[in-house]
Write a protein that binds this ligand. Structure first.
Ligand code: SF4
Ligand code: SF4
Length: 127
C-alpha cells in the first residue's frame, strides 16, 4: 500500500507535498507529480498540504481516479514515459493524453494565503 497522486494535481504542480515527504519519494513529471509506491512509507505527511486534494491513500482513492494507482506505479517503469531513456522525465501516457486542466482558484492554498496576508496587512496598516 502507498499514497497516490491523482488527477487534480495535473497542471497544478505547486510541489507543496514534496517538502513534506520524509523519504523523498515524490517525483516531478512535466504536468503532474508521482509517488513511488516502493519508496512511500505511508506517513500521511503529504496528504493534508495538497491544495487541490489530489493525494489519497491507495484504498481511499475515489472511483473515477482508481487507475491512478497504476499511473503512479507505472511511471517508475522507464518504458511508460515519453522521450528517450536518460532524457528529462516526461509523464505517464495517460497524463500526456489529458486535455489542459483548470482548477478553481479558490481551492488553491497559495491564493488563500495571499488573501489572509492582505487582511493582516490591513489590520496593521489601516491607512
Ligand atoms: S505518505 Fe509520506 S512517504 Fe508517502 S509520499 Fe506522502 S509524505 Fe512521502
Ligand atoms: S501538493 Fe498536490 S497539487 Fe501540489 S504538487 Fe503535490 S499533489 Fe500536486
Amino acid at each position: 500500500m502507498a499514497y497516490v497522486i491523482a488527477e487534480p494535481c495535473v497542471d497544478v504542480k505547486d510541489r507543496a507535498c514534496v517538502a513534506e515527504c520524509p523519504v523523498d519519494c515524490i517525483y516531478e513529471g512535466k504536468r503532474t507529480l508521482y509517488i513511488n509506491p516502493s519508496e512511500c512509507v505511508d506517513c500521511h505527511a503529504c496528504e493534508p498540504v495538497c491544495p487541490v486534494e489530489a493525494i489519497f491513500f491507495e484504498e481511499d482513492l475515489p472511483q473515477p481516479w482508481a487507475h491512478y494507482v497504476s499511473v503512479n506505479a507505472e511511471y517508475f517503469e522507464p518504458s511508460s514515459q515519453e522521450g528517450p531513456a536518460g532524457a528529462p522525465r516526461g509523464d505517464h501516457p495517460l497524463v500526456v493524453a489529458l486535455p489542459p486542466q483548470s482548477h478553481p482558484k479558490k481551492r488553491i492554498s497559495v491564493f488563500t494565503a495571499r488573501k489572509e496576508e492582505a487582511a493582516d496587512a490591513d489590520l496593521w496598516f489601516p491607512f
